[in-house]
Design a binder for this molecule. Structure first.
Ligand code: NDP
Ligand code: GDR
Length: 371
């Protein structure tokens, strides 16, 4: 039985990866942080009673800022594969806590690599590092001849998050070259799902779309509607992570869909899922979105009602305007084939958030004594 250790197991990707590895027959260990309230909602369905005979899922308290704890967990677990997904992953928030993000996302990666070396597990243990399209920074002149970012495109990070992750990228590559370790970077472009954190733009949009349609919210406030992202589904992307660690030779790979979409168009697609057409008027901070039509009589939205506004508090001091990745290497070498397209992703997120908002609405009515 192969043994995997996942940092960031309570996050979006960690939860899907844990499911995938359990399906493949792995013993899965995860690192979770101590929190004052429950932070394991995404993996609660995987919990096992540790007193039963065949346990193949275990959690360990830990933190990427604590070297001794990382060493102890790796020593105890003796993993064949480590997936380092733990990170302060919000780009905008990284401007507010730049030192913390450097410590977790940058030095945290070093702590994992050094722990494996200190414990003499370099030959046994393969390491996956969660690198990111934020490394590219969206500079137009750095795209390849196809107009995409690939494994050879230069980096130019535009946030403390991107800068911390660039350290993680290079230290992973350096340990591979210096100590002949099997350590790889997956340079993943944005990937989303119904489990995406509520403050990332896609999930913020799908939750607000559901709430607006069901009369629970009036207006959705967003930042830069002109940003363009290459969005895929997290389920497809964790499959790529696993494939990266199954190759004969350790290498770095770009994982992307190869298509880019405006934030504004993601808004249109989400509302279209509930039969509402959005018309955008104005420019920059004055741009607003209005209900142009509403095909579903269940949603009593008046035509012409403003439901989208721009709030500059969501702008970033330096922005990554456009990202689009070249998945040629991952498709040919890894045989990676994504199952979802953007339409399928939006459909799944909207269905899930409609159900969620509807349930919350009923609970609220019950609490208020309306039902
Ligand atoms: P999430 O924000 O959903 O999850 C992050 C995970 O890291 C959570 O489990 C979180 O724990 C944990 N974590 C945060 N700080 C620490 C710490 N100090 N020590 C240990 N664990 C910590 O991110 P995603 O699942 O979306 O992303 C997974 C990884 O992939 C991240 O490294 C991210 O930067 C990277 N990435 C993500 C992309 C995406 O589009 N989703 C694209 C490219 C890269 P808790 O639940 O307690 O907060
Ligand atoms: P990103 O994701 O920064 O690409 O990082 P996010 O969804 O936060 O932003 C995408 C784009 O949307 C614009 N935007 C807004 N973003 C947020 N969060 N909230 C808003 O209200 C809003 N309005 C417009 C942003 O300016 C940006 O251009 C994600 C994270 O998962 C990283 O960890 C990962 O490395 C990268 O994707 C690839």
């Amino acid at each position: 039985m192969k043994v995997a250790l996942i940092t960031g197991i309570t996050g979006q990707d960690g939860s899907y990866l844990a499911e995938l590895l359990l399906e493949k027959g792995y013993m899965v260990h995860g690192v979770k942080r101590r929190a004052s309230s429950f932070n394991t909602q995404r993996i609660d369905h995987l919990y096992q009673d540790l007193h039963q005979d065949h346990v193949n899922f275990r959690l360990h308290y830990g933190d990427l800022t604590d070297s001794t704890n990382i060493i102890r967990i790796i020593q105890e677990v003796q993993p064949d594969e480590i997936y380092n997904l733990g990170a302060m992953s919000h780009v905008k928030v990284s401007f507010d806590s730049p030192e913390y993000v450097a410590n977790v996302d940058g030095i945290g990666t070093l702590r994992i690599l050094e722990a494996v070396r200190i414990l003499g597990l370099e030959k046994k243990c393969r390491i996956y590092q969660a690198s990111t399209s934020e490394l590219y920074g969206g500079l137009a002149e750095n795209k390849n001849e196809k107009g995409l970012y690939d494994e050879n495109s230069p980096f130019y990070p535009r946030s403390p998050y991107g800068v911390a992750k660039i350290y993680g990228f290079w230290i992973t590559k350096n340990y591979r070259e210096a100590y002949n370790m099997y350590a790889c970077n997956g340079i993943l472009f944005n990937h989303e799902s119904p489990r995406r954190g509520e403050t990332f733009v896609t999930r913020k949009i799908t939750m607000a779309t559901a709430a607006i349609a069901l009369g629970e919210q009036n207006c959705l406030y967003l930042g830069n509607l002109d940003a363009q992202r290459d969005w895929g589904h997290a389920k497809d992307y964790v499959e790529a992570m696993w494939r990266i660690l199954q190759q004969d030779v350790a290498e770095d790979y770009v994982i992307a869909m190869g298509e880019t979409t405006y934030v504004r168009d993601f808004v249109r697609m989400s509302f279209a899922e509930v039969g509402i057409e959005i018309e955008f008027r104005g420019e920059g901070v004055n741009e607003k979105g209005y209900v142009a039509s509403c095909a579903n009589p269940a949603y009593q939205l008046e035509i012409g009602k403003q439901v989208i506004a721009v709030d500059p508090q969501y702008f970033r001091p330096t922005e990554v305007d456009l990202l689009i990745g070249d998945p040629t290497k991952s498709k040919t070498k890894l045989g990676w084939v994504p199952q979802y397209d953007l339409k399928g992703l939006v459909e799944e997120m909207m269905a899930s958030d409609l159900e969620y908002v509807q349930r919350e609405k009923i609970l609220k009515e019950v609490r208020l004594g309306v039902k």
